[in-house]
Design a protein around this ligand. Sequence first.
Ligand code: UDP
Length: 241
Amino acid sequence: MFVLSACRRVMLKLSGEGLMGDREYGMDRAVIEAIARDVRSVVQGGVQVCLVIGGGNIFRGVSGAAQGMDRASADYMGMLATVMNALAVQNALEQMGVDTRVQSAIPMSAVCEPYIRRKAVRHMEKGRVVIFAAGTGNPFFTTDTGAALRAVEVNCDALLKATQVDGVYSADPRKDCNAKRYETLSYTEVLTKDLRVMDASAIALARENRLPVVVFNMHGNGAFAAVMRGEGRYTVISEEN
Ligand code: UDP
């Protein structure tokens, strides 16, 4: 049976919007510091942590394409946005005394390390938080897929997806008061019910590699650490249901 508190290495996926706080765009320093404190407490508890951060608070490829840009170019801009977010979170973590490395899928040697799987694993074994930037490095993908891919590659025990609500619902609970909340789901249920908690390629990758996905609400101080202790409300997506 999947038990969160037994996980030794986890991937935390944050959306770019999760860094905005009450803003319409960009990043909120206080929100980033709260996230960094939360990550630090999990690392101090002896869990190896890696992160993937989206870029939706700065730029999304689809919005660029909607305004007439070539989709691939717009997606590269989106990937660059994730590098900015990675550097912001890295900075906050380092200021709190947490060792980190940013590894980008698009090599940017003056800014961060390139993605090297074995090096990433070694960093985590040494207690460093590894932030994987630039998604998969390919246009037409999302950072959810990047998170699932890296989590599988570096042998994470679980992928924790931070959202704005406390799990997976049948519809958006902020818009539909009849939305049903799921405690557990199988990968196939997520796909067949078209639950859109993550994109289908990320769920398919998790299913193929039996990577449990935990969906939880990042709001509130210490939400990530609480979920890692198995506390609070969250939805587990795995094969067992
Ligand atoms: N992106 C991409 N390939 C990837 C990951 C991301 O092209 O492997 C681009 C895409 O344009 C996307 C943007 O980067 O819209 C930001 O990522 P995402 O939308 O996943 O961020 P989030 O919604 O998590 O903030």
